[in-house]
Design a protein. Structure first.
Length: 282
């Protein structure tokens, strides 16, 4: 009875997170990031690349956009006709721009981004626990068959097959889940891990790294009771993300914040944290 209860709890959480990962649609940038008809005509009628970059810079001046292309220009999607928000990328499979795009996952047939990244992480976690639980509960019967205590041939095949599949998926998921845990701890997406985001001062792979605790809160939110449930709780709306670079420009001492947090000095009064976050946004 205890085995069955634990099994069904893990099974329900596994199916729930898998469902949310599949059917949570990726979020596209808001209307203010789309070019107006007049700006679109002016941009398309201009043949000089430098003037086109100036037009995009004028449009983006009113938007909270801080990342740039490799040559320092505004990130613009020709297919969606919009200014890309920070961490937004165009998915060639979904044919849309996705906020905080991580990757397009064929296993869930969906684009993993701001709207469902938390669900995807929980799906990996519960899949890992599910496989581990099955392997652990079946292992003792595998030992009994191996030592000859049980002799039923047909059930022996099923036990061996179930153990092999559970262990195989557990090992595969362990590496994938560990990699995404590392990405969350550094506040990076899969795309940013391969190609560092470019800011006005150049590429910076730690541009969005605010420290382990704040990085975790950006994905799972501040309500710890919701962290293990596939309920939307991520911070923000996916269009803007606090950046270390903005904090350091105003206060160079904050450049050592990551070192302080690594040393264990990560607890601050709530008021100071709020004031520092407001200063970063400003």
């Amino acid at each position: 009875v205890a085995y069955l209860i634990i099994f069904h709890i893990l099974f329900v959480l596994f199916v729930w997170t898998y469902w949310k990962s599949i059917f949570t649609l990726p979020v596209q940038p808001g209307k203010k990031y789309h070019m107006s008809y007049a700006d679109k005509e002016r941009y398309e009628n201009e043949e000089r690349p430098e003037v086109q970059r100036q037009i995009l810079a004028e449009i983006a001046r009113k938007l909270p956009v801080y990342t740039r292309t490799g040559n320092g220009g505004i990130r613009f999607c020709d297919r969606c006709q919009l200014i890309k928000p920070d961490r937004c990328h165009h998915c060639s499979v979904c044919a849309i721009c996705v906020l905080k795009m991580d990757h397009h996952c064929p296993w869930v047939n969906n684009c993993i981004g701001f709207s469902n990244y938390k669900f995807f992480l929980l799906f990996l976690a519960y899949s890992l626990l599910y496989c581990l639980y099955i392997a652990a509960t079946v292992f003792k019967y595998f030992i009994k068959y191996w030592t000859g205590e049980l002799t039923n041939g047909r059930s022996k095949f099923h036990v061996l097959f179930l153990l092999f599949v559970a262990v195989m998926f557990f090992v595969s998921l362990m590496f994938l889940f560990g990699y995404h845990c590392w990405l969350v701890s550094r506040n990076r997406s899969t795309l940013e891990a391969f190609s560092a985001p470019v800011f006005q001062n150049g590429p910076d792979k730690n541009g969005f790294n605010l420290g382990f605790v704040k990085n975790l809160q950006q994905v799972f939110g501040e309500e710890k009771k919701l962290w293990l449930l596939p309920i939307a709780s991520s911070q923000g709306d996916g269009h803007f993300f606090p950046m270390r670079a903005l904090c350091e420009v105003q206060n160079p001492l904050l450049a050592n914040e990551e070192q302080w947090e690594d040393d264990g000095i990560d607890e601050e009064p709530h008021g100071k944290v709020a004031l520092k976050e407001i200063s970063c946004v400003l």
